[in-house]
Design a protein. Structure first.
Length: 89
């Protein structure tokens, strides 16, 4: 459930989403709004009562450029901006 929610949120608010869940049901996940589906999951671990520590690279600069529409690449790297997306400034 939280995996599909994280993927949906990464598209809806166009950002990296990190879910850390070490509870009874467990599972942690890092999702980025990349255009190619295989690249979207940056890290995933499934299972309850697991402890995990991991360092992952997040595409912060690339997302910022895509939000400000400064990406001049011919092939899309990230999903399209959500309808009505506004940085607020």
């Amino acid at each position: 459930m939280f995996e599909s929610l994280a993927v949906s949120l990464s598209r809806t608010i166009f950002c990296n989403v990190i879910v850390c869940n070490t509870g009874y049901y467990g599972g942690s996940l890092v999702v980025s709004p990349f255009y190619d589906a295989p690249k979207r999951i940056g890290y995933a671990i499934d299972g309850g009562k697991l402890f995990s520590a991991q360092c992952v690279q997040l595409p912060v600069r690339g997302l910022d450029e895509a939000m400000r529409e400064r990406d001049s690449k011919s092939e899309p790297i990230y999903k399209h901006l959500p309808p009505g997306f506004n940085l607020g400034f």
